[in-house]
Design a protein around this ligand. Sequence first.
Ligand code: ATP
Ligand code: MG
Length: 576
Amino acid sequence: MKLSKAFWQTYKENPAEAEIPSHRLMLRAGLIHKSAAGIYNYLPFGYRVVRKIEQIVREEMDKTGAQELLMSVITPGELWQESGRWEVMGDEMLKFKDKSKRDLSISPTNEEAVVDIFRKTIKSYKSLPITLYQINTKFRDEIRPRFGLMRGREFTMKDAYSFHVDKPSLDLVYDGLFKAYEACFNRMGLEFIAVEADAGNMGSKDSKTHEFQVIADTGEDKIVYSASEGLAANIEKATTKRANLKPQLTKADCTEVATPNKKSIDEVSSFLKIEQQHSLKCLLFSSVKNNEEEIVLVVLLGDDEINEVKLKNYLGSSHLTMLADNKIESLGLLKGFIGPCGLPKNIKMLVEEHISEDAYYVTGANKLDTHLTGFNLKRDCQSAYEKVDLRMSQDGDLSPSGNSNITIRKGIEVGHIFQLGDKYTKAMSTTVLDQNGKAVYPLMGCYGIGITRIAAAAIEQHHDENGIIWPKAIAPFHLYLTFVGKDPEISTIAEKYYSEFAQKGYEVLFDDRNVGPGFKFKDSELLGLPLRIVFGERDFKERGEVEIFVRRTGEKIFVKESELIEKVKSLYESAL
Ligand code: ATP
Ligand code: MG
C-alpha cells in the first residue's frame, strides 16, 4: 500500500476522552473513529488488525472441528421470552419493536438463537458432539462504556456453542477449545493467563469455566496467581489464606467501652490502640432470592474486604446490595456501631472463615458511641451463624495449600469458556434421542472471544511513549518502507524494493509521501509496524547502506543493499 493513496490520518494531540494508552493510541494512529459512546468505526488500518485477529481465531477454531456459521444480529423477542431471559438481561440488552409491533433485540449473546437452530436440525445423539461458531457484531448497552474498544457497546465477538449427549463429551470438547484459545493468544504474541472464573449461579457445581486474561496494568480484572503451584483464579472466585494472622487468644471478658463518634475500623482501632485484625467489621446486605428479601449481616476481620460475588453465590441471590442507611435505622441499628450481639431475629448472620472462635475481638455494641472488647463469638453471640469464605484475596496471601504466597495481577478478559449444562436446552424444550432411544436435554458449552477487545488489549501490553508496538501476527502491515530526501534516484530504488518485498509476500506500507523525515518517523513509530526500512540520502548514496529499525527494541541496523532482503527476512522471522 502506498501511503500517498491511503485513507489514513494521524493526530498529534492526545484525545481528552481517552484514559488509557490503547484508546489514546488507536485514535491518534487513525485506526478507529468514534461514532457514538461505545460505538466505533474501524478505519482501514484498524480494520486490517481486526481481520487478522479474526483470521487467527477462525483458523484455530476450524482446527478443533468447529463449524462456522453466521447468525442474524437481530433476534426475535420470543426466543428470549422462551428461555426466560427477556427480563433477566435487563437494560443491557437493546430491545425494540418493528412496525408490526413485534419484539426484537440486537444480540448481546446468542445461546437462544443457536439452540433454536440446533433444535430444528439435530434429533439424535449420532450427530453429536457438534460445535458451531460465528464471528459477529454484538451489542450490549454497558452501564459505563469506556476505554475505546476495550468496553464498547457495539463490538465483535467470536462466540461458539457446543452440544453434547453427556458430560465426558462436553469435557473433551471444552479441553480442546481451551487449547485452541491458548494457541490463538500465543500466535497473537500476547502474555496471558487462563484463570478459573466464577460460574455465578449458571451451570452446575461441576461445570468448568475459565477466563483468558491478558496481563496489563490497566486491566479491570484481578487475578490471584501463584506460578509455582499452577494457581490462577479470578479474584471473584479465588480462595486464599491470610498470612500473618495473629488472633488475640488471651482470655478476656466481654465489656462495653465508650467510643464517642468512632465509627470506622480505622478510627476505632487507633482509638483503642489495637491491630485492625483484632476487630470485626460488620456489614449489612439486602439479598433478594425468589422475589423475597433477606437481610444479612456479614462479619469479617477488621482489615478484610468483602467479596460480593462470593456472597451473592453463597446466598443464591438474584440481587444483592448494601443495606441502605434508612433501612439500617428502621431495624433499630446504628451505622458504625453494628455488632453480632442483640440483633433483630430475622437477620441472617454469616461469619468469615478466618474469624477464630477461640479469639477475642473488638466489635460494635449495637449502642450509640459504644463498642465491645473481649468479644468471643462462641461465648457471647446469641444468634446462629454460618462460617463462610467471603473475603477478598489480598496480595501476599497464602495459597490454599499454605505453601506459597500468591500475587495479584491485573488482567483484561479477552476470552471466556463456560460449561452451561442443560440450562438453555431445558428452558427451550430441546431434546435429542440418546443411545437408548430416550429423549434427553443436550449439554452445552459456550466459548467467547472479544475480537475487538483483543486489538486494544494487545496495545495495552505492547506500546511505548512513541506509540504502538504491534505483535507481528496482528500488525496492520509487516513492513514500513520509506526514503529520505528529494533525490529521485533514491525514491526509485525504494519503490523497487517496495515491489520486491511485496512480491515476497510481505505486506508493505510504502511511505511515498512528500513530507520530511521527522514526520515520517513519528508516524511510523505511532503506527508501530515491526520493522522500518529507510533509504537515507547519505547512508545509501555514499555508503550503499540501508537502515532497518526494529520497533520493539529500538535497534538500528545498517546493511548493504545486497544483504537487505536476507536481513529483513531473518529479523522478521525472529520478531515477536
Ligand atoms: P466483562 O466481564 O468484561 O463485562 P463478560 O463476562 O460480560 O465481560 P462474556 O459474556 O464472557 O463477557 O463475553 C465474551 C467475551 O467478549 C469477553 O471475554 C470479552 O473479551 C468480550 N466482551 C464482553 N463485553 C465486551 C465489551 N463491552 N466490549 C468489548 N468486548 C467485550
Ligand atoms: Mg465473562
